[in-house]
Design a protein around this ligand. Sequence first.
Ligand SMILES: Nc1ncnc2c1ncn2[C@@H]1O[C@H](COP(=O)(O)OP(=O)(O)OP(=O)(O)O)[C@@H](O)[C@H]1O
Ligand SMILES: [Mg+2]
Length: 224
Amino acid sequence: MLVAAVVPHARDGATVARCSVYGGAMADSFPSKDELRARLLDARAGRSQADREQAALGFVEQSLAVPQVADGPRVAGFLGQRGEPDTRPLVDALRSRGVTVLLPVLLDDFDLDWGAYEPGQQAPGRFGLLVPTTPRLGTEAIASVAAVICPGLAVDVAGNRMGRGGGSYDRALARCGPAVVRCQLVYDDEVLDAVPVANHDQPVDVIVTPTRTIHISRTRGRDS
Ligand SMILES: Nc1ncnc2c1ncn2[C@@H]1O[C@H](COP(=O)(O)OP(=O)(O)OP(=O)(O)O)[C@@H](O)[C@H]1O
Ligand SMILES: [Mg+2]
């Protein structure tokens, strides 16, 4: 069970909804990534349609508070599918602002190719996921964006993110230079005190929830 509590957040002076993922006594059982993913997916499955629709509007408002997202001119985004947050309003809002939104294409080795978003120009790709049918731009296209909006199941207050387990965004983010702003889009109760981290995990700079943006200090020893 996810147990949420609102506590002060030292970095920005705001309050951040933090969750204990330990179901009470932390003791010695830090959950594995897979255990944590299962709990987070269960929690997502329990969200109502009304909650998802309200959150989608919040994601637009909060994402546009990040200048590198709002102004691009090029942003890597995603279309939320299969229980992910609904990002269609966000992607459409960015396009109406003249921002080019790149959408991911999952490759056989779980790396990501990219194609520009155009309304109605998507078709089922690997695992039936909708992918752009616009020209493929190559795996290195991610290096050319002002900001990346990452999907994922959780992020901690230090910016460590946890996705679905393919390592796709770890690969993609590793290609981005320091000027690329890395954003993690999650629901408020998916901002955790800590998530399990491995050496290959790439952190983010900004957490975007339906109600806030949380900027994370860059002084955490990232390589690039
Ligand atoms: N650069 C890489 N090259 C090859 N494999 C990688 C790379 N980065 C991560 N992986 C592999 O991907 C697998 C899943 O990694 P991880 O659990 O961190 O996924 P994730 O962060 O949840 O997924 P994603 O990044 O797609 O959101 C691991 O087995 C890891 O070794
Ligand atoms: Mg990872």
